[in-house]
Design a protein around this ligand. Structure first.
Ligand code: PMP
Length: 418
């Protein structure tokens, strides 16, 4: 920490200034860094440059939303053109129906879709409409699941803090990847459960892939008890053009999206079965109102549409996911061979590095923190909690350099602790 503080005086100063008007000096808990965060001045391509002039290769890629890198020319052009036609129009535009029809055609389970401003908002609306549709009260979530700012289920295992806000949902927290445990936990409540919401891979909860059998069983279970099944694909939508569900061949009732589908702008979406989503149809007498000033912001709609049609192609996504699979497999091979106390889990281009000796939570975090600071010294930026997410601007060479830096940092940690 001393070395880090010594190297980053301007970030430290900016942080202290920020604490005067923001609780803890920041406004997004998930990106906070202990002992204080770096302040980033700008980004270009794969790089970010901080206030003290250090350049880092960015392997966080804004927790998966930065899939396009910092300066994608295709998006930049589309955004500049859109800017010329007005910032906010407060009216329907063709771009929103083009974006919606593009998403509906990619996800067979999505007949109709609505846009929001964040993944959190998309999940709140999806859960609420699911409860309204079933006229039930309870919501099944999974331990380690994260569905947004007020919808996290880490409890005390959270990397930062440990407090979950109270929200007006009656959650039943079930064990992930454990259908027997889930069934037994809900058996006395099955008639009250309106919604089961699940990430096909626990993202913020440590990049734990959902076992295909578990997810298929959940599909059956929700049908059996008459609950709406929501797949939160805010992160996993990048695993194929039709998200995780396409790879698994499972059709949830509602899917939620976010992050990169807005082409770099604030975005969220929830969509699914016609009979559920039609409840929002303003032509119906008792339709449900769903507002949101920026839901169809022209900049977001146009950037999202450009991104989907020109960048998030099957070929591009496959290549990126292959790079991620290769990185994970190579590093895990080296960790095992050299008995380094680390492991990487994940799918495709979304991965998480874990420090292995799980003696106590504190030790687990210390090992990972040490690794994080070593990697930073070598010019690579990952999330302090270990998330590694690839983006389209990374070259094969960037990834090889990163791989080397990870191995050297892991060796250095082993040396210090042994
Ligand atoms: N669901 C999942 C699976 C997420 O990873 C996130 C964001 N990390 C969200 C929902 C919330 O999205 P947002 O941050 O846009 O509110």
């Amino acid at each position: 920490h001393e070395k880090y503080s010594g190297k980053n005086p301007k970030s430290y100063e900016a942080y202290i200034e920020a604490t005067k008007s923001l609780p803890g000096g920041e406004t997004r808990s998930s990106i906070f860094i202990h002992p204080f965060p770096l302040f980033i001045e700008r980004g270009q391509g794969t790089d970010i440059i901080d206030l003290d002039g250090h350049t880092y290769k960015d392997f966080v890629s804004d927790f998966t939303s930065g899939i396009y890198g910092k300066s994608n020319p295709v998006l930049k052009k589309a955004i500049i053109e859109a800017l010329d036609n007005g910032l906010q129009l407060g009216a329907h535009t063709k771009a929103e129906s083009l974006l919606s029809s593009e998403i509906c055609s990619r996800f067979p389970s999505i007949d109709l879709i609505r846009f929001t401003n964040s993944g959190t908002e998309a999940n709140i609306l999806a859960i609420s409409i699911g409860l309204h549709y079933t006229q039930r009260e309870k919501v099944v979530v999974f331990k380690g699941g994260y569905h947004g700012s007020v919808l996290s289920h880490f409890g005390e295992e959270q990397h930062q803090g440990g407090g979950d806000l109270k929200v007006p949902y009656e959650f039943i927290v079930c064990p992930y990847n454990d259908i027997a445990g889930t069934s037994s936990k809900i058996q006395d409540h099955s008639k009250d459960i309106g919604v089961i919401i699940v990430e096909p891979m626990l993202g913020a909860g440590g990049c734990t892939p959902g076992e295909p059998e578990f997810l298929k069983d959940l599909r059956e279970l929700s049908k059996k008890i008459g609950a709406v099944l929501i797949f939160d694909e805010v992160q996993t939508a990048r695993l194929s053009t039709g998200g995780s569900q396409k790879l698994l061949n499972i059709n949830p009732d509602i899917t939620t999206l976010g992050k990169f589908y807005g082409g770099g702008f604030a975005f969220g979406a929830f969509g699914g079965k016609k009979e559920i989503m039609s409840l929002f149809d303003a032509r119906q007498p008792n339709s449900i109102s769903h507002g949101g000033t920026f839901n169809n912001s022209p900049l977001t709609m146009i950037s999202g549409l450009t991104a989907i049609t020109q960048i998030l192609t099957e070929d591009n996504l496959n290549k990126l996911n292959e790079l991620g699979d290769e990185l994970r497999n190579i590093l895990n091979g080296i960790f095992v061979k050299e008995e380094l106390p680390f492991k990487i889990t994940g799918l495709g281009s979304i991965n998480q590095i874990h420090y292995i000796p799980i003696m106590s939570l504190e030790n687990k975090r210390e090992g990972l923190d040490l690794f994080f600071f070593y990697l930073l010294e070598k010019g690579f930026w990952i999330a302090q909690r270990g998330l590694i997410s690839l983006n389209f601007e990374m070259t094969k060479n960037d990834i090889i350099e990163f791989q080397d830096a990870v191995v050297h940092s892991a060796r250095a940690v082993k040396k210090v602790i042994s």
